[in-house]
Design a protein around this ligand. Structure first.
Ligand code: TXE
Length: 502
């Protein structure tokens, strides 16, 4: 699959938008798209300007007010979703190669985890809408009340760069399953896989015109034009907390809502009764998978002091042994950071950690990797206090902090001492402790004795600055539908008759 790199460096592809069933002309500003492993340009992104965004939103509106998608049957929506699922799997090798080329995530992870999961989202929601229904209440004598869920309308789906296809596919699958149309905006850093998916969808003729639209470009231009557009009905966003706040203020002007899946700084607590090896393996995967660039990374470790020395020694040895290199190499465990700015930022965090009194256990520097790539050494630091910036800020990199603890209440308080609230990881073999601590952890998800597990039947999302809303079966329904209550009188209502005394 490495040949994909040579092919794209030799002939960078042109990425545009897809509006109303046709690829848009390459007319906006040119933005270079880079392979982070070599620093070389692999595509030219032609930015969608406000006019293109407006055409995309109008096409999406037409698609749900007239034409075959307006009121499309469950069977029709299922057929389209399964067709996307199949198309992703048929093209999995190429999509995984493009994802690796554009993000630097090891091919072993994009091919085996991310691309199959992107496909699975479409199958999951196709099955969910077959079972899903409204509710009927008959408790009030003389009345029947119905709760139905109607499509919310035109959805704007704005995605991040760390798992571009997988995370945005989840939004697309949910939005389309519940009968909406969408305008998708990938990150300007990583547009390749979604662009390729739209080419495949177009070639196969899966959706009627205007149901799925793609706009590409910077947040300040294309993203802003989309989230501030008066005719979108909601935004589902995954990305940084500051951007989420900006999008929410644009939505507030139209009294509209948004679902925000933002950053995290999740605590991973290893109690003295944990299975040592399982906790060690889990802590490593939870901090370093996907080059450490995961919103749900459990990279703020708390280790019980009774075996802290042994854990620190084993953890440090394994971090130093992580294989950094070409993400197309099957042996590679850590690829490059997404860009130079992110690489420099990680190194600055290691320096600030040292300045604040933390101890460097491993890494903290640039790594030779491939020439001109954005590689850093996987990093671990022993922190003296949870107040350090390396324990409070989302570094979004292969960077773990470790603190020790003695007391359960104290560690719960420190785990909750964060402006984020995405996930809490617990490692213990004591059931009572697991459930007691899980109840005390202030996050949207708690994972016990497992790293990075997602289950679409449950909801995933955060509290505090980690976001608003939950992605998953019923969470996505809440996000992508309007709940309507219809109340029917079954007999003449027993109510006062106004004006009946005349
Ligand atoms: O994301 P941005 P960035 C975190 C992580 C990372 C930080 C910043 O800590 O270091 O965020 O990353 C679009 N209106 N996460 O700056 O800017 C943008 O074009 C509308 C966590 O790259 O939030 C892109 O499509 N859209 C995370 C998307 O928002 C706008 C994933 C995300 O970009 C916009 C990624 C605007 N005004 C980063 N400005 C996670 N939760 O997994 C930007 N965008």
């Amino acid at each position: 699959m490495k040949h994909v790199r040579e092919q794209f460096i030799a002939a960078p592809i042109h990425v545009t938008g897809y509006v109303d069933g046709a690829f848009a002309a390459a007319d906006g500003a040119d933005i270079p798209v880079t392979d982070p492993a070599t620093g070389k340009q692999v595509a030219i992104l032609h930015e969608s300007d406000a006019d293109t965004v407006d055409r995309a939103v109008r096409a999406a509106r037409r698609a749900i007010t007239s034409g075959p998608w307006a009121g499309a049957s469950v069977a029709a929506r299922q057929k389209a979703l399964i067709a996307v699922h199949d198309a992703i799997l048929e093209n999995a090798d190429e999509l995984a190669a493009l994802e690796t080329l554009n993000t630097g995530i090891p091919y072993s992870q994009t091919r085996n985890i991310h691309i199959p999961r992107a496909a699975h989202n479409f199958k999951f929601f196709a099955e969910f809408i077959n079972q899903d229904g409204g509710e009927v209440f008959t408790q009030e004598p003389g009345y029947m009340s119905l709760v139905t869920y109607e499509p919310i309308g035109v959805t704007a789906l704005i995605g991040p760069w760390n798992m571009p296809l997988g995370l945005t596919a989840m939004k697309m699958a949910g939005a389309l399953a519940f009968g909406n149309s969408c305008v998708v905006k990938p990150s300007e850093l990583t547009p390749l896989t979604l662009y390729r998916l739209f080419e495949i969808i177009d070639r196969k003729g899966i959706f009627p015109k205007g149901v799925v639209n793609l706009v590409n470009g910077n947040g300040a231009v294309t993203g802003n034009a989309l989230s501030a557009h008066p005719d979108i009905d909601m935004v589902s966003f995954t990305g940084g907390t500051e951007t989420g706040a900006r999008i929410l203020s644009a939505l507030a002007k139209g009294i509209k809502g948004g679902a925000m899946e933002l950053g995290g700084k999740s605590a991973s607590i290893v109690f003295d009764d944990a299975d040592f090896d399982r906790a060690l393996d889990g802590a490593l995967l939870g901090s370093f998978m996907n080059n450490g660039q995961m919103c749900l990374a459990g990279s703020r470790l708390f280790v019980h002091e009774s075996f802290a020395d042994r854990f620190l020694e084993a953890f440090t040895r394994r971090v130093k042994a992580l294989k950094v290199g070409d993400p197309f190499d099957p042996a590679t465990e850590i690829g490059p950071m997404i860009n130079r700015a992110q690489m420099d930022r990680v190194i600055r965090y290691a320096e600030s950690g040292l300045g604040e009194g933390a101890t460097l256990l491993a890494g903290g520097r640039a790594h030779d990797g491939l020439k001109d790539g954005f590689f850093i050494e996987p990093t671990a630091m022993l922190a003296t206090s949870n107040a350090l910036s390396i324990c409070q800020d989302e570094i979004f990199a292969p960077f773990a902090t470790i603190q020790t603890f003695r007391d359960e209440d104290d560690v719960v308080a420190r785990a909750n001492d964060s402006r984020f609230g995405l996930v809490g990881y617990l490692w213990t073999q004591n059931l009572e402790r697991a459930l007691r601590v899980a109840a005390g952890i202030k996050t949207g998800t708690v994972l016990i004795n497992t790293p990075i597990m997602r289950d679409l039947r449950t909801g995933f999302g955060g509290i505090r600055q980690s976001g608003i809303g939950r992605e998953g079966a019923k969470g996505s329904r809440a996000m992508f539908t309007e709940m309507k209550s219809t109340i029917i009188a079954l007999e003449a209502p027993k109510m006062p008759k106004l004006g009946a005394g005349a």
